[in-house]
Design a protein around this ligand. Structure first.
Ligand SMILES: [Zn+2]
Length: 71
C-alpha cells in the first residue's frame, strides 16, 4: 500500500509519520470536543489553519477534510 497523503510505501493507509499524526488528531479531538463542543470539520479546519500545527498533522487534517471523512 501507499500512504494516501504522501504516496510513500506504507503498511496501512498512511505511512508511519502520517499514521501517528492521524492518531493524535483523533485523540485531541476528544479533548477539544469536551472543552469547546466543536464539530469534527471545524476542528480539522482549525488544525489546518493553525500556524502551530505540525506539518504532518496539518496534512492529515487537510486530507480528511478533502475526503469528508468522519472520525
Ligand atoms: Zn505519508
Amino acid at each position: 500500500m501507499k500512504c494516501e497523503i504522501c504516496g510513500k510505501e506504507a503498511s496501512s493507509r498512511f505511512c508511519n509519520s502520517h499514521q501517528s499524526a492521524y492518531e493524535n488528531v483523533k485523540k485531541n479531538f476528544a479533548t477539544w470536543k469536551k472543552a469547546l463542543e466543536i464539530t469534527w470539520e471545524d476542528y480539522l479546519r482549525e488544525i489546518a489553519k493553525n500556524p502551530n500545527t505540525g506539518k504532518w498533522a496539518k496534512e492529515v487534517a487537510e486530507h480528511l477534510l478533502k475526503k469528508g471523512e468522519k472520525p
